[in-house]
Design a protein around this ligand. Sequence first.
Ligand code: Z15
Length: 838
Amino acid sequence: VEASIPQPLRETWLKLSACEFNGKEQFQKEVVRHVETTLARSIYNCDDNAAYSGTALAIRDNLVIKWNKTQQQQTLQDQKRVYYLSLEFLMGRTLDNAMLNTGLKDTAREGVGELGFRIEDIIDQEHDAALGNGGLGRLAACFLDSLATLNYPAWGYGLRYRYGIFKQEIINGFQAEVPDYWLDFNPWEFPRHDVAIDVMFYGTVNPGPRDDHGNIKKVWEGGEIVQAIAYDVPIPGYGTDCTNNLRLWSSKPSGGEFDFGRFNSGDYEGSIRDQQRAETISAVLYPNDNIDAGKELRLKQQYFWVAASLHDIVRRFKKSHRPWKEFPEQVAIQLNDTHPTLAIVELQRIFIDIENMPWDEAWSIVTRTFGYTNHTVLPEALEKWSVPLVQNLLPRHLQIIYDINLFFLQSVERKFPKDRDLLRRVSVVEEGTPQVLRMAYLAIIGSHKVNGVAELHSDLIKATIFKDFVDIFGQDKFTNVTNGITPRRWLHQANPKLSDLIASKVGGYDFLRDLTKLNVLEKYIDDKTFKKEWMEIKLAAKVKLAKYIKDTTQMSVNPHSLFDIQVKRIHESQYKRQQMNIFGVIYRYLRLKEMTPEERKKQVPRTSIFGGKAAPGYWMAKTIIRLITAVGEVVNQDKEINGLLKVIFIEDYNVSKAEIIVPASDISEHISTAGTEASGTSNMKFVLNGGLIIGTCDGANIEITREIGEENIFLLGNLAEQVEDLRHQHRFGKDVTMDPKLREVCDAIEAGRFGPEQTYSGLIASLTIGFDYYLVSDDFSSYVATQDLVDEAYKDQDGWATKSITSVARMGFFSADRAINEYADEIWNVEPSNIKPS
Ligand code: Z15
């Protein structure tokens, strides 16, 4: 039943409708009211935290009014909507972003100032929403910001994890993990207890009645039922009233499932345990980045989220009373990696089993609805579900997958007759014990477009892992959409001083909605005062980071030293190559030790800053962290070095810390083995904030170079096309002598200069008996030589400023707005809507 106010009473209601507060006094009134009534606190116990809550609730009120309006208007306009399905949304904090996007930050700063608080302290109270691991989850968050800013009618769908990515503590130099229980006070979510969807697992498939065509229906029944409850999060656009919705599902026991038998027989605790099993589904984010762990609970998470989301999407479509064939004109669903691939199967199941549609008609609608984004070529990251696992958990889905595969293979056979090996290669079912399902293949078969996330990456997937599928479906199905970042959070919010300086030169803040406007900055490349201000802002950001480091680690770092930063996930098998960085630091240390005091005076002081989480249980990644902290322990207190080199590991790298770190780099490191990093997005963030890059010809580094010019980036190492040969040489080559510089570093480690040599034996072994899969020894001397070029360039501060400004001026392409417009035009076929201002 649609609950709504009867027509004759609506006028009364509308007169009473909530409206936004306006101006400082009204804002303050709302803050105080929320502190005193919503929180039941008072002038006598209002600390920063209570002030945060009051401020957040006041800002939230305005946000909700825009949100309600947007949703009503989008429903009335009834255009095509985009649904972005992602298991991760790495949102970070919301308050600052909400104030900036709604234009309320100045009001709030003055308002809370008069009440005795600093807005920065209030902002700092907020717990990050850390529902993601790294790049993939943060990309989803940037895309939501752009979708709203560009007025696209779009919803995100994800899981409401009770525990986000773990908090990292460094104990005796090693990583320890602490659970991230983040939901104590979260004013940014709205539970929708009326939006409750039953999701079934296990059970059996039985023959049922005949359908309209006389075929015996298959009925999936008798399984365990879990309920999905919707929690909605408003997503404000910048400089628009458009406020989209992010819907996160939380699991709970289904009402009908309470085990009264057990309850009556006295096993109360047993029945509670069953209930808790249901809640487990949305309890915790899997802390792996770019690794497929293949756990049953993860598969349950995927189906739970996908089933609830599709039920919701189909229900919304049905309200429009359109014929099914119009579904793809009303609905575009984007799959963020293969994690939601079951959505393809679930939609086909809904159409054939529940809506009684013929297979072909259903399948044609399904394939026109979905798009699939691939984010990696690493084999260990490609999802493969064991057939027995799927058979047990989702028996009906397995049958449908077999049918999809059968019809697909038949079509391949028609196009390429008698090519048995091709059929084996492209089958969704990989032979073996057990058989496994190749989810990426299923995603390709069920989508109308497949895209990679940077040019090189999109070319590589076509040439390697998906080559056969290009032959089968043709080139046009495969495309590229290079990633982007939101300039609102990653420039305006993280670096307000730089944003203000830019605005003063390019004609106001319009560049935040059209980032190509940055190119006007090139006019000021010879403007001495501008350059000076530019470099002062960089220094201020470094001072701020130095203070943060002092406050959290008690270490002093010199803000005038060259800040060399590498912050990103530490991957199990090290394709991001933090080890090359720390080996380079050790090499530098050994050189400094050899120098005379006079020689040392000529060196550029450097602070090497690291940050990033290793998945719990990944030994190699954790050893890297230990080596970094151990090198810091030796180098930082070495009197001879006297501050010429410092090594810092920042604990618990996350989005809010990135907002402090990103503006403070002189140089940042993006040094993955060529061909392994699909895109990278922090590279874009650092350059947009005037930092330079040292990096390999990999992922988006290549396009960044093309845009900003080769003279403004420090490239090193082998190219992607050389990787295969080099790996072959490592495995089968005769010449096994290691690069002498790298040998020297390994010798120092093995001599125990950074603690017990056994701690690192596995690290060294990966380079020797492990055949150096990630080619550290091939790139190391180039890396060291390039770092010397960095030092030389840094001595010329004016030349450095020129590079910095020129780079920023040419970064317009990397706005997430550009990426979203490409998705909208080339994949989704959606138009922005008209959001009437309130
Ligand atoms: C992840 O963060 C990325 C790829 C994955 O397959 C998974 Cl499971 C997680 C990253 C890529 O490593 C990175 O290069 C890319 O920029 C990012 O996704 C967003 O596309």
